[in-house]
Design a protein around this ligand. Structure first.
Ligand code: 13P
Ligand code: SF4
Length: 350
């Protein structure tokens, strides 16, 4: 368990982390990318951390891979690459630097490690989990296989390495329907997200999709009534949902896609008003590049994603602690499932 007081004492002994308006102004170019959502006063607090992390990244020859749900000061301030789960996994296969800092949740760092066994993959907070990853074990996969003999198991990347190792192939929200459609079987087992599975089932009617009973605690909170209310209060509002939302919520949306799919849709359509039915940081991160678009709530915070802070990133790079390890006996079959997804995605996109 991290001793926060000791960590702060050690960091203050090595870096000047006091809020600084002078530094904030010197780093105004970076702030300009989050001007709508991060005040100059807040930036004066973040800037010393951002400057220290970017210096340490060079010293340690490290790259920061950040998910679209990271807060703006991480997404715009320190990330070398940002994206959805599929993009981050693909990018992890291309990293040349010996150190990866994963700004996201634990399964994302584990996926980077599985794909890069020789690299150091740092997780700024080991407690940053995911309700989906926690909902199933390899034993659960075995139960599903016993119930549906011969059916392939397509597991969401939001799973542990053990679950990936027990699966035939992985998927993400951006390729789930194509992966399921490509399976050589009438019945396909999808784990662990029941809502993603049901949304995919509607898109792939030629398959009988059966699912595990897991859900994302962020996306399952939205209700169709929320969406109808917002539409009635803001006529013309466009509503975009993530496929981890229940199907009755997805049915109320104008578009459904992965986090990068959502971003691409808003960039293409540029609606006057839009509501992103997903994690709050998503809208914050893209709002400055789309000044003509008004982003309306509600949004929910992912408590796991929000555990990743600039302070913890600085600590992991300073102390080089929090390295993710995966037992090679598990990593090998897990890599096969992830790599099969990446290869199939590329093949289907070609
Ligand atoms: P994406 O793959 O769409 O980025 O989603 C990851 C995730 O955890 C969403 O809750
Ligand atoms: Fe997991 Fe949901 Fe958080 Fe994504 S938003 S990491 S699926 S709990």
């Amino acid at each position: 368990m991290l001793d926060v007081t000791a960590m702060r004492d050690e960091l203050r002994a090595h870096y000047d982390l006091a809020p600084s308006m002078e530094l904030a102004q010197a780093m105004a170019d970076t702030h300009a990318r989050m001007d709508r959502v991060v005040t100059m006063l807040d930036w004066a607090v973040h800037a010393p951390y951002v400057a220290a992390i970017n210096r340490l990244k060079r010293e340690r020859n490290a790259v920061v891979l950040a998910h679209n749900y990271m807060p703006p000061q991480i997404y715009h301030g320190i990330a070398d690459f940002v994206g959805d789960s599929l993009q981050l996994a693909i990018r992890a296969t291309e990293v040349e630097a010996p150190v990866i800092v994963q700004c996201g949740v634990h399964f994302m760092a584990e996926t980077s490690k599985i794909l890069n066994p020789a690299k150091t993959v740092l997780m700024p907070d080991m407690g940053a989990g995911c309700s989906l990853a926690e909902s199933i074990t390899a034993e659960g996969i075995a139960q599903m296989r016993a119930q549906y003999p011969g059916a392939p198991v397509v597991s969401y990347v939001n799973t542990t390495a053990e679950v990936k190792a027990a699966s035939d192939i992985c998927c993400t929200s951006s390729n789930a329907a194509q992966i399921v459609a490509a399976m050589d079987s009438d019945t396909v087992i999808m784990t662990p997200d029941k809502w993603l599975a049901q949304n995919v089932a509607a898109q792939v009617p030629q398959k009988r999709v059966v699912w595990w009973d897991g859900a994302c605690i962020v996306h399952e909170q939205f209700t169709p009534q929320d969406l109808r209310d917002f539409r009635s209060w803001h006529p013309g509002l466009k509503i975009i949902a993530h496929p981890e939302c229940p199907p009755d919520v997805v049915a109320e949306a104008d578009f459904t896609g992965s986090t990068s799919g959502i971003q691409a849709w808003v960039e293409r359509e540029r609606p006057e008003q839009v509501m992103l039915v997903t994690e709050c940081s998503m809208a914050s991160n893209i709002s400055d590049s789309l000044p003509e678009v008004e982003f309306l709530g509600p949004c929910n915070m992912c408590p796991y994603m929000q555990m990743i802070t600039l302070e913890k990133v600085l600590w992991s790079l300073h102390s080089m602690t929090g390295a993710v390890e995966v037992d090679p006996a598990v990593a090998e079959p897990a890599r096969r499932a992830v790599q099969r997804m990446i290869d199939l995605s590329r093949q289907l996109a070609a």
